[in-house]
Design a protein around this ligand. Structure first.
Ligand code: PBG
Length: 321
């Protein structure tokens, strides 16, 4: 009988002891902040579906980058809302697109900022799907070269890292090959390896104006019920040359995060998505929980489960806490 010899409470007796023995620590360097860039100048417009988040023109994105850096933030993830959409999302590979302009303007203002770009077609296609659409189906192989072209355009503009989120088969390999053939072998790929067809993307789709006009994304994003498939997806991305893997969403998928952590020695990221952020904001606003403590706990849980990096809309607030 361990008790009364064993008393776990001994090590919880005071704050200093608890702090010294803490197993998981969060740092500003764990966080990547996703932002939404739009064409134009002087634009900083609040996003109705995402509290305290903005649509930013490239110049305003650079201003935000400067403030974020001064507060200790080191990495941004860029999403773009283009002027023009078409069937095949060609504006995604436009060297003068909002993401490409924002990369240049952030880099010229804050050269040390790590600029990551989301590579996907859904913000750039008129139908809102993440690939080429034909008879209600998203075609895999024709989508690959469009994604590879977009990633190359981001690299040319100065992106430090590209992050494909489309879930087409073979995209990591296709992007790697195109980057390498064009002299960007040093640019790493952070792959959204394990991305579920989740209801938690709701607020984002409004923010990015990227909701599919017909159908859903279940033909390419993963079934939330599956975890063996997560391991399979991750292993394929590793074979294709992914440098960093990602699990998305994060909070409802901590078991998946743990599973992938065990599977690979590569760095692992987790995306605390728009719906997770929104739930925290809404619950706090309703008086149901303390925002700061609950937000902190949500990030701690993601890190404890095995994430090295967390993509989160909480990043700027976290830095001020
Ligand atoms: C684009 C993309 C999405 C998110 C990141 N990249 C939306 C989607 O797949 O529908 C979601 C991010 C969030 O909810 O915060 N494919």
């Amino acid at each position: 009988m361990p008790f009364p010899l064993e008393r776990p409470r001994r090590l919880r007796d005071n704050l200093t002891l608890r702090e010294l023995l803490r197993e998981t620590r969060l740092s500003p360097l764990d966080l990547i902040y996703p932002i939404f860039v739009v064409p134009g100048r002087g634009v900083k417009a609040p996003i109705s579906s995402l509290p305290r988040q903005f649509h930013l023109s490239p110049d305003k994105a650079a201003e935000l980058a400067q403030d974020f850096y001064a507060d200790g933030g080191r990495a941004l993830l860029l999403f773009g809302l283009p002027d023009h959409k078409d069937e095949v999302g060609s504006s995604g590979a436009d060297d003068k697109g909002p993401v490409q302009e924002a990369i240049r303007s952030i880099k010229s203002r804050v050269p040390e900022m790590l600029v990551i770009t989301d590579v996907c077609l859904c913000e750039y296609t008129s139908h809102g799907h993440c690939g080429v659409l034909q008879d209600g189906r998203v075609l895999n192989d024709p989508t690959l070269k469009l994604l590879a072209a977009q990633a190359l355009s981001h690299a040319r503009a100065g992106a430090d890292l590209v992050a494909p989120s489309d879930m087409m088969d073979g995209r990591v390999g296709a992007i790697r090959e195109n980057l390498d053939q064009n002299g960007f072998e040093r640019v790493p790929i952070m792959s959204y390896s394990v991305k579920y067809a989740s209801a938690f993307y709701g607020p984002f789709r409004e923010a990015a104006n990227s909701a599919p006009q017909t159908g859903d994304r279940k033909g390419y994003q993963m079934d939330p019920a599956n975890i063996r498939e997560a391991a399979y997806e991750a292993s394929l991305d590793l074979q294709e040359g992914a440098d960093i893997l990602m699990v998305k969403p994060a909070g409802p998928y901590l078991d998946v995060l743990r599973e992938i952590r065990r599977l690979t020695a590569r760095p692992l990221a987790a995306y605390q998505v728009s719906g997770e952020f929104f739930m925290l904001c809404a619950a706090a606003e309703q008086g149901g929980l303390d925002y700061k403590s609950a937000a902190f706990e949500s990030l701690l849980g993601i890190k404890r489960a095995g994430a090295d990096l967390i993509l989160t809309y909480l990043a700027p607030e976290f830095l001020t806490w």
